[in-house]
Design a protein around this ligand. Structure first.
Ligand code: AMP
Length: 633
């Protein structure tokens, strides 16, 4: 691209962004015309007195229709909709849009037979099998609200979500698979149901041959058996404001936040994301490398690509060991993938195993246009390594479960991309990104503070928390009136490029997964030998961050330190799950505190990461820091 083309293209992005902020209702009403509504909305935007917004309130649509039936009506029935590739089982399968629609329509018929109605909650606790996507789409087809719980979560976490969603039905599979072992899911579900107050009426179990589950009579049903003879059902119209799904994400407490995604805004946002942000066109092959348990799985494995008429690759495997660090390159070549999304942690794992990229040699990556990375900070060395190795643009972008789609990104459909290394790019149209100090003053370019987004948030972003609107207002809107507080810190440069430095709260990011250190601290504190503790996120070469617990034991504790350490590690694993990577517990005599008694976590983090730190002016007893540094060295 020469200079004049570059500035012309950028002007296109700039004009879109300007209009989206200056006249949001008009801008998004135009974008909404891309959606095949059952009843097109006339009223694009309403502002409520509490500062939240409603998009397309009077529109009616069905998300499953848009993802499947509408694509078939547009002549894509025989196009590949979903490619399932599972190195852990050796299976590969292709579903065309026709086939996927038929499967989903029958499953929706079964849900209805099981008395699941519009507005009812459904929990989906499944591994990466196509039936998980079918379950999501089947819920959407009849207007039920799904909540997918990541299969790596332990029963306690599943039980919390069951009690919050109060599902009529729970869908699961008999097991998940890792490269080296089978993880039976059904015992985890049984345990969660024993812990939960609320009980779904029925549990539908997808039996996998690797570990067939035993079924509780009366409550549990074999998925395939139950489907026999069930008739397909048509998509039902739902209101734009009806929830499509609830997805839980970690806040700063042990109680996860139930993000609510509404059908209307989501549909508009999905088409915009796939076309304008990622530059994808109908017929392209898209690979969102994640899990249906995360927001990326919703946006970029199931809904986004299908609603945009793309083929989605549905991968049940890992970046390494299934069977090796060449797995990604094999998939790209085999299915002629046009663009992919993954988290930096996956690339760091591949790089560690195959630093010279030997497993990529001889692979044909010519189909790939770009690689999109997000979920955590993309360090420059990983960025450069991947770009050098693949010879393709590697594009960083930033978003959250709450927004459901990118906040800052290179907008390829608007030709709005200029590389700015280290930055997650500029605000996507709809997002006016600013930086504020603690008192709520807007900061100048280059100055670091809290990253905020001016209201209204564009369509698709969560406007409430399931069952707790007050917590939404308090967590996101009250700190900086008129702005949504992202919980991330960083700065914006003169040209509007955004640099994310990390969270400003007690949330850490392990392999791209958000976890609450507060929750871990609660669990650690419940151990009878523990007087007090601090759990912080420390740097990890592959996972980005991992938790580290500093623990002060009660006087006179009889148990040996090692036993307490082992018990604490087991406790967090049992309550949260192995995904927390909670493996480091260091026993110390005291924790560093301010004179008002607050634990000095920022300093602890610096010491643990071997970074220079200055002695906090408010510290109560400076000698503690040297002691802790010695224990951590
Ligand atoms: P989640 O809601 O689990 O998707 O996590 C969202 C959080 O991940 C954000 O608030 C950021 O802290 C972090 N994150 C996501 N993308 C990026 C990125 N490109 N660079 C830095 N941090 C990111």
């Amino acid at each position: 691209m020469n200079d004049s083309q570059g500035s012309c293209a950028s002007a296109h992005y700039t004009e879109h962004h300007r209009r989206s902020i200056a006249e949001p209702a008009q801008y998004w009403a135009e974008q909404a015309q891309q959606v095949a509504w059952f009843r097109p909305p006339e009223n694009a935007l309403q502002t409520l007195s509490d500062g939240t917004h409603r998009w397309f309130a009077d529109g009616q649509l069905n998300t499953c229709y848009l993802a499947l039936d509408y694509q078939i009506e547009r002549g894509r029935g025989e196009q590949r909709a979903l490619i399932y590739d599972s190195p852990v089982t050796g299976q590969q399968a292709i579903y065309t849009f026709n086939q996927l629609r038929d499967e989903v329509a029958r499953l929706a018929g079964l849900l209805r037979q099981l008395d699941v109605r519009k507005g009812d909650g459904v929990i989906i606790y499944m591994p990466m099998v196509p039936q998980a996507a079918m379950a999501m789409l089947a819920c959407a087809r009849i207007g039920a609200v799904h909540s997918v719980v990541f299969g790596g979560f332990a029963p306690h976490e599943l039980a919390l979500r069951i009690d919050d969603v109060k599902p009529r039905l729970l869908l699961t599979a008999s097991c998940g698979l890792e490269f080296d072992r089978v993880i039976p899911y059904k015992p985890l579900v049984d345990k969660a149901l024993a812990l939960a107050q609320h009980q779904p009426e029925q549990v539908l179990v997808w039996q996998r041959p690797q570990a067939v589950a035993s079924l509780h009579e009366g409550r549990d049903l074999d998925w395939e058996v139950a489907l026999q003879g069930v008739e397909a059902v048509e998509p039902v119209p739902v209101s734009s404001l009806d929830p499509l799904y609830i997805l839980y994400t970690s806040g700063t407490t042990g109680k996860p936040k139930g993000i609510v995604r509404e059908n209307g805004g989501h549909a508009v946002a999905m088409l915009y994301t796939m076309n304008q942000v990622y530059g994808m066109r109908a017929g392209d092959v898209w690979w969102g490398i994640s899990d249906v348990g995360w927001v990326v799985g919703h946006t970029l494995i199931v809904y986004g690509p299908l609603m945009a008429g793309c083929t989605t690759v549905f991968y049940e495997g890992k970046p390494i060991r299934t069977p090796d660090a060449g797995a990604y390159w094999r998939i790209v070549e085999q299915y002629r993938v046009n663009a992919l999304f993954c988290a930096p942690t996956a690339i760091r794992a591949i790089r560690k195993e195959d630093p010279e990229g030997l497993l990529l040699k001889g692979r044909d990556l010519s189909s790939i246009r770009q690689l999109f990375l997000a979920g955590e900070k993309l360090d420059s060395s990983t960025h450069q390594w991947l770009e050098r190795l693949t010879g393709k643009p590697v594009l960083d972008h930033w978003w959250q479960t709450e927004t459901g789609w990118p906040v800052t990104a290179p907008c390829l459909g608007l030709a709005g991309h200029h590389p700015a290394p280290g930055s997650s790019n500029r605000g996507v149209p709809g997002y006016a990104v600013h930086v504020m100090d603690e008192e709520g003053h807007l900061l100048k370019p280059g100055e670091q503070g809290s990253i905020v987004i001016a209201l209204p948030l564009p369509p698709g972003c969560s406007q409430t928390l399931w069952g707790d609107h007050g917590r939404y207002l308090q967590a996101y809107l009250q700190t900086f009136p008129g702005y949504y507080n992202t919980g991330d810190g960083g700065y914006v440069d003169e040209e509007g490029f955004v640099y994310i430095m990390g969270r400003t709260d007690d949330v850490i990011n392990v392999s791209g997964h958000r976890l609450s250190t507060g929750e871990m601290e609660d669990l650690v504190g419940q151990h009878p030998a523990v007087a007090e503790s601090a759990v912080i996120g420390v740097h990890d070469e592959i996972k980005g961050q991992v938790p580290l617990a500093l623990v002060v034991l009660k006087d006179g504790v009889q148990q040996g330190t090692e036993q307490v350490q082992r018990e604490l590690i087991a406790r967090v694993r049992e309550h949260i799950g192995a995904l927390a990577c909670f493996n480091r517990v260091v026993v110390v005599k005291r924790l560093p505190k301010t004179r008002s008694g607050k634990t000095l976590r920022a300093v602890l983090r610096k010491i643990a990461d071997a970074e220079p730190y200055s002695m906090p002016a408010t510290i109560d007893d400076p000698s503690i820091l040297a002691e802790i540094a010695e224990r951590l060295s």
